[in-house]
Design a protein around this ligand. Structure first.
Ligand code: HEC
Length: 117
């Protein structure tokens, strides 16, 4: 009986121990402060201010940082940092499918077209 209780405690404790070792989610606010805030300040007209960025979908922010107007700024960030900052500026959670995507450019280039028949 006593042995079973110990085993049960171990089985229950193991997932908690594994979860405790997971890396903490990246802080989007820190990424924004470091990589975006110098330009995206409140009251801007030439640069979308933070409340304008809030209206975007997080997917659109990741896209802007990957393929769009902010590709130069995004190039300094990892995918995880782009996702974290996109969720921070929009206040919305990004789709898991977008989060798992391995961002690459060139999918639409000639290289990836099926060979002509
Ligand atoms: C060097 C200044 C600068 C930095 C740093 C910067 N941006 Fe921008 N951002 C701009 C300017 C200027 C525009 C407007 C570009 C335009 O409309 O042509 C813009 C536009 C955008 C847009 C709108 C793009 C679109 O297609 O509508 C998004 C989203 C954005 N920035 C997100 C970010 C995020 C997130 C960061 C930080 C990772 C960042 N920017 C860092 C200057 C900057």
């Amino acid at each position: 009986m006593r042995f079973e209780s110990v085993m049960l405690a171990l089985v229950l404790a193991a997932p908690a121990a594994v979860m405790a070792q997971q890396p903490q989610p990246l802080a989007g606010d820190a990424v924004f402060a470091r990589a975006c805030a110098s330009c995206h300040q409140p009251g801007q007209t030439a640069v979308p201010p933070p409340d304008a960025l809030r209206a975007y979908t997080p997917e659109a922010i990741v896209n802007a940082l990957t393929n769009g107007k902010m590709a130069a700024q995004g190039a300094t960030l990892t995918t995880a940092e782009r996702v974290a900052v996109a969720q921070f500026v929009t206040g919305k959670t990004i789709a898991a499918s977008t989060r798992l995507l391995h961002w690459k450019s060139g999918f639409c280039s000639k290289k990836f077209e099926p060979s002509a028949k």
